[in-house]
Design a protein around this ligand. Structure first.
Ligand code: SF4
Ligand code: SF4
Length: 408
């Protein structure tokens, strides 16, 4: 019997993400990272019918259609990429049923955003506490590094400092939260007048506390360092002597180096430094200076291939539809007590007067940052809208809604 004489059930696998925009079909198999794109109106109608509620991911498909290459080529690719299958109705008499995934985050943000409850504390995963803004180093971009990636800053250079009481009050409130990172930053935190009282207060949170001290401040301080985890920002130009001194002073500590680079030459320098000094734990944070657009376009902007360089789980695609996966769960507290869901967004309250629960609740309601998603042009016209990473601080620094070559 010829295929065209047969009758089939056509079904789609539940791990396939589907997006139809501008008469373009985009299918993404989340389990094997494969893609189908098709612009034929017949194919779009066929796939749309699979998603009609009563069809439950399966429809009757007449083999006669396979005489048409539009259908036969598509079905061939669809089955080959394991996005679904066609089965002969003589052998499978009952229509198959597929349980299609629905957006149902563990805590549905939209549903919960109007109700205050202790449960919302579970959203909090990271706290960045700036305890002072005094520092003797003079990095050229001190006022801006921290706006793109976490870094020390003396932007306001006010005398304002966080008190030990503020810290204790904060720790009391987050002790039963899932916070897995408590970053302590300055200025130079070692210049905080009560640093010796701060550190013991943190001892119960040692596992997830990170002390941020610029490599030049490590060298200025020279003395004994507390037994904590350290993050060491490294900005360019690098003073090689200070940097190697810093490595030697911190050799027995748990340290991660964060390099802020603005061009290719700095990238090569950091490669050399990390190799020469056998630095294994480091992170590279590109920094937008307003004059290195070409560097960003070449190295940071996404191409279509970059989007699919790693498999994207369904859970991530769903998360991108509801929340900003970069900012969500993080609060930043400045030395004056002002609290931000993102340092580029308006202040949401003050730790001296507002509880952490109230601050989370407020952010959930007014959404200064945690729920900023790709729902604006040109991303909302793009097939890859929720596969791309959430909008980041780079978009804000560069002043563009998307950093990609797909829809420039
Ligand atoms: S070390 Fe940090 S706080 Fe000091 S000038 Fe540099 S970026 Fe600013
Ligand atoms: S336009 Fe937006 S959604 Fe589309 S690829 Fe670019 S960044 Fe991603």
């Amino acid at each position: 019997m010829k295929e065209s004489d047969k009758k089939f059930w056509l079904y789609i696998e539940p791990d396939v993400y589907c997006n139809i925009k501008d008469n373009k079909l985009f299918l993404y198999k989340t389990k094997n990272n494969t893609v189908i794109e098709n612009t034929s109106s017949e194919i779009i109608s066929l796939i749309q019918s699979l998603y009609e509620k009563h069809n439950l991911g399966a429809v009757y498909f007449d083999g006669e259609n396979l005489k048409n290459t539009i259908f036969s080529d598509f079905i061939d690719e669809f089955c080959r990429k394991q996005m679904g299958n066609i089965v002969d109705t003589r052998f499978v008499t009952k229509k198959p049923i597929q349980l299609m995934p629905v957006l149902n985050l563990q805590h549905d943000i939209e549903k919960n955003k109007d109700s205050v409850g202790e449960g919302i504390l579970s959203y909090l995963t990271e706290v960045n506490l700036y305890i002072n803004q005094v520092c003797l180093v003079n990095c050229h971009f001190c006022n801006d590094y921290y706006r793109q990636n976490l870094c020390c800053t003396k932007k306001n250079e006010k005398d304002e400092i966080s008190s030990v009481n503020t810290l204790k009050k904060l720790l009391e409130q987050i002790k039963y939260s899932p916070v897995s990172k408590l970053n302590i930053l300055g200025g130079n935190i070692l210049q905080h007048p009560y640093i010796k009282n701060f550190i013991p207060a943190l001892s119960d949170f040692k596992e997830f506390t990170y002390l941020w001290i610029h490599y030049k401040n490590i060298v200025i301080h020279k003395g004994d360092f507390y037994d904590f985890k350290y993050v060491i920002p490294v900005t360019f130009p690098i003073d090689k002597t200070s940097f190697t001194n810093c490595i030697s002073l911190m050799k027995d500590k748990q340290v991660s180096y964060h390099f802020f680079i603005t061009n290719k030459n700095e990238y090569h320098q950091l490669e050399q430094l990390t190799t020469e000094n056998e630095i294994k734990d480091y992170k590279i944070s590109p920094f937008y200076t307003k004059n290195n657009q070409a560097f960003f376009e070449e190295n940071i902007y996404l191409n279509k291939e970059d989007i699919f360089v790693e498999r994207i789980p369904f859970r991530k695609i769903f998360a991108h539809q509801k929340l900003n996966t970069i900012s969500f769960g993080s609060l930043t507290i400045m030395p004056d007590g002002n609290v931000y869901a993102n340092v580029n967004s308006p202040v949401i309250g003050n730790i001296k007067t507002d509880s952490i629960l109230c601050l989370i609740d407020k952010e959930m309601r007014i959404n200064t940052a945690w729920r900023k998603i790709r729902n604006k042009k040109p991303c909302n016209d793009c097939s890859y809208q929720y596969l791309c990473p959430s909008p980041s601080n780079y978009e804000l620094a560069i002043g563009k809604p998307n950093l990609c070559h797909v829809k420039p």
